[in-house]
Design a protein around this ligand. Structure first.
Ligand code: BG6
Length: 464
């Protein structure tokens, strides 16, 4: 096995501790990976020991990693943690970057756990010094701040390494329930023939969280719900639900299919004012948590008018989907956690006279948390056989063998970009939301308010 070094820029940051290292820990527990070394770099004045302690703590943090803390898992964790190195560095300085590269052995995988503007500067500095062959670059969202900045970052990145070695991470693509959409759609005969505008009324993709800001003002106040969740994660789910079947799941075919359907996607009626809503939470209670108004959260600049809940309606202009609204919504500090994609079917063309009762639309629900699949149908039983009753067929998904960051990292370390967002797709996702961002900046869509712990603004664009 070729020796590899995972070089984390931004090693002392929150993302590294909360998501990246736990994902790596789970991967090591599952697969060992004796060929991997870890180098962390950051501006904090840490030494190797501080970093190793952070690595060990984070390896133990993920539930799945902890569950799988079998002796082999422990050995793999210790092997990587005990040898991990930390170098203090200004990652925008080419001399510091050179030292970092010198500290790496074998193939280098550079993870930019940094704000986008710092990532762009670090890439510009790498361009001056050049990168070893086969280096892989791993970037976090948001990828740029609009289509133009995404284009310039892409242009810079391909001067460093070929596109197939660039991994734009969207951890939703590493979620097992999101990946299960492929099996559900393409490994069965019964769903695919009805997933089209002949039979489908609407598709809702909803990610309502009960979490508030969680001390992330520095990032979130500049992003907001539309960019944080919809421009990235929910558009990836839309692509998985709406794309045509790829002939194989190799990176080329899979990413082509996603890109094609996203290119056909745009704001419903090209009317961002009518097809979007934005709101932010005011003070409220969720369970036993008391949340202040978003505007009063520490680090928030209320005058920016950042939304904590966003809704948009999109059209997918293909033979299969023309005329079917795709309604995407995500919000923070909501009373109910609703995380699901719901396909609502059109009514049956005719229900035989004599069969009475509530005629509820058939719905296919893919629930992301808890991971579950449900199919709502109407049946005539139990009880009076001529009266319709609603029934739900459901199954729980077991957990994936890896948490999302572990899954995504596996692809990166194995040089497989299937689960990474391709450059053209990153740009197209900005193009899709840009009219909404423009309308919001121009004040054409009012910023509504909802109390924390509620279900959000009353005039949601989503159906029932
Ligand atoms: C992140 C967003 O990418 O995804 C967060 O920045 C959000 O705001 C999170 O809470 C949701 O993902 P998960 O995997 O924690 O459900």
């Amino acid at each position: 096995m070729t020796q590899q070094t995972l070089l984390i820029l931004g090693a002392s940051g929150d993302l590294t501790a909360r998501l990246l290292l736990p994902g790596l820990g789970a991967l090591l527990a599952l697969e060992g990976r004796k060929n991997l070394s870890l180098v962390g770099a950051g501006t904090d004045d840490w030494d190797d020991d501080t970093w190793r302690t952070r690595v060990r703590e984070s390896f133990g943090r993920d539930d799945k990693a902890a569950d799988s803390a079998v002796p082999e898992g422990d050995a793999a964790h210790s092997a990587v943690a005990n040898e991990a190195r930390y170098l203090r560095a200004d990652v925008t300085d080419k001399n510091d970057l050179k030292h970092l590269l010198d500290a790496c052995q074998g193939e280098v995988v550079i993870f930019f756990a940094l704000p986008p503007s710092v990532t762009a500067k670090a890439c510009a500095a790498f361009r001056e010094i050049g990168l070893p062959d086969r280096t892989r670059l791993v970037l976090e969202k948001p990828f740029g701040v609009d289509e133009k900045t995404a284009q310039s970052l892409n242009a810079l990145l391909v001067q460093l390494v070929p596109e197939t070695q660039i991994h734009r991470v969207d951890h939703f693509l590493g979620k097992s329930t999101v990946l299960n959409i492929l099996g559900l759609r393409f490994a069965n005969r019964i769903f695919e023939p009805v997933l089209n505008n002949q039979h489908v009324e609407s598709v809702d993709i909803v990610f309502d969280e009960d979490l508030g800001l969680e001390s992330r003002a520095g990032y979130y106040d500049g992003a907001g719900a539309l960019v944080d969740m919809i421009q990235s994660h929910l558009l990836q789910i839309l692509a998985m639900l709406a794309m045509d079947a790829p002939p194989s799941l190799d990176a080329h075919e899979f990413r082509d299919s996603k890109a094609q359907v996203l290119r056909a996607t745009h704001v419903w009626g090209d009317d961002a004012r009518a097809s979007s809503r934005r709101a932010r939470y005011t003070a409220g209670t969720i369970g036993d948590r008391q949340l202040p108004s978003y505007a009063d959260e520490s680090g928030v600049d209320a005058s920016r008018g950042t939304e904590t809940l966003a809704e948009i309606v999109l059209a997918v202009d293909t033979w299969r989907w023309a005329g079917v609204p795709f309604r995407l919504r995500s919000g923070k500090a909501l009373g109910g956690r609703r995380k699901e994609a719901v396909v609502t079917f059109k009514p049956a063309p005719w229900v035989p006279t004599g069969l009475t009762g509530p005629d509820r639309p058939d719905r296919l629900r893919i629930l992301f948390s808890p991971d579950r699949l449900e199919l709502d149908v109407d049946i005539n039983g139990p009880g009076d056989p001529f009266v319709l009753d609603p029934a739900t067929l459901g199954t729980d998904f077991g957990p994936g063998e890896l948490p999302p960051y572990g899954e995504v990292l596996r692809g990166v370390l194995e040089d497989d970009p299937t689960l990474s967002v391709r450059g053209d797709t990153a740009e197209v996702c900005w193009r899709i939301v840009q009219p909404v961002l423009d309308a919001w900046r121009a004040g054409e869509v009012p910023l509504q308010e909802y109390p924390a712990g509620s279900t959000g603004p009353s005039d949601s664009l989503l159906g029932g």
